[in-house]
Design a protein. Structure first.
Ligand SMILES: [Zn+2]
Length: 357
């Protein structure tokens, strides 16, 4: 199997799978994961890959959400324009003039997000951010009837379009849906590595659904797996760009895995956190502490499932969250793969029981 990072990221980000419509991502992932363990799904659609190491216990959940932010057709205007609902946390300012694809039952249809040009705005309108409700998608239909003839129906998912791009410095990649197909790619590589190396536990690699609309898939998947500990694989914000004061830059690309010490959704188990930091040190993997008061991950519900699950979030730094195009560094990605693999290899029964003693 070709697990080359470029191919893997291109394949996974190429799947069109907004929250609630994860089928394409699940199928691409299943193709990669079927050789790494036994596959199953829960009833919301999360994919679980069970890989037993040299022991049945402890059960380690590695979770990455596979949904991306997108939209859904709300209605079609009499003139043939599509009004839409956001799926996930979009900021309206990043949307005008962007390419999208409407995924109809009869196949994808290209479209462009339209909005009023400045010439037609009042002075007041020019100063205000656009309201999401004022945006629409133009698919080139002349009427509602024609849009329906194209196959468009209310409820059809809509996805951003951005070609996967290797930048001039080939360590930097630009693409859509890095949040969180990069996490899914980490999951894939780690499971394949662990299959070849020894691990004293059973790993449940889990690709969750509907994270972007409120961590919904993680809720049921964590119940299904009932893990003893969980590592959430995510992308987290790199804010090393113009407009952020040097003193306010808390996370950079090229500085390695981000280990979350705090976000509004979870404070990690202290001993688990220390194990991750110690492992990074022992393996000479650079890492950065990620402590913020904004954003959250599947860990927010996984750590509160059943009677509590010691959890940690390990992230790949990504710039330009929740827009058509993110940028990440391949070297950061590879270091996350190495760190997660090494941590899992240290998680035997004694170590994991020790987290909660
Ligand atoms: Zn995410």
């Amino acid at each position: 199997m070709n697990l080359d990072t470029y191919t893997l990221l291109k394949d996974l980000t190429g799947a069109d799978a907004p929250s609630g419509y994860e089928k394409e991502a699940r199928e691409v992932l299943a193709g990669y994961l079927k050789a790494a363990g036994e596959l199953s799904t829960d009833k919301l659609g999360s994919l679980i890959c069970r890989q037993q190491g040299s022991a049945v216990a402890p059960k380690i959940m590695l979770a990455a959400h596979m949904d991306e932010i997108g939209f859904m057709v709300k209605n079609i205007t009499s003139g043939g324009f599509i009004k839409f609902l956001p799926l996930g946390g979009w900021f309206s300012q990043v949307l005008p003039a962007k390419r999208v694809k409407v995924k109809t039952a009869r196949g994808p249809i290209p479209g462009v997000i339209g909005s009023k040009p400045p010439h037609l705005m009042t002075a007041g309108e020019q100063k205000k951010p656009l309201a999401m409700e004022d945006l629409f998608i133009d698919i080139g239909a002349g009427s509602r009837k024609e849009a329906e003839r194209f196959g468009v129906r209310p409820g059809d998912p809509i996805v951003p379009v951005f070609e996967f791009t290797v930048l001039k410095n080939p360590d930097l990649l630009a693409g859509k849906a890095f949040d969180n197909r990069a996490g899914c790619a980490v999951l894939t590589k780690v499971l394949h590595k662990l299959k070849k190396e020894k691990h004293p536990n059973t790993v449940y690699g889990t690709a969750t659904v509907q994270e972007e609309v409120g961590l919904r898939g993680a809720h049921t998947a964590a119940f299904e797996v009932a893990p003893d500990a969980a590592i959430i694989l995510e992308c987290r914000i790199a804010n090393d760009f113009p407009g952020v004061d040097a003193q306010d830059i808390y996370s950079r690309m090229g500085k390695g895995p981000q280990i979350t010490f705090h976000d509004p959704g979870m404070i990690p188990n202290r001993k688990f956190r220390d194990l991750v930091v110690k492992t990074a040190k022992e393996e000479n993997i650079p890492c950065q502490i990620y402590a913020v008061n904004t954003g959250g991950t599947d860990a927010g519900v996984v750590h509160k499932s059943r009677s509590g699950v010691p959890s940690i979030v390990i992230g790949v730094p990504v710039r330009y969250f929740h827009s058509h195009a993110g940028i990440l560094r391949r070297s950061d990605f590879e270091q996350v793969v190495s760190l997660v693999t090494e941590v899992v290899k240290r998680m035997d029964d004694a170590v994991v029981s020790g987290f909660t003693e």
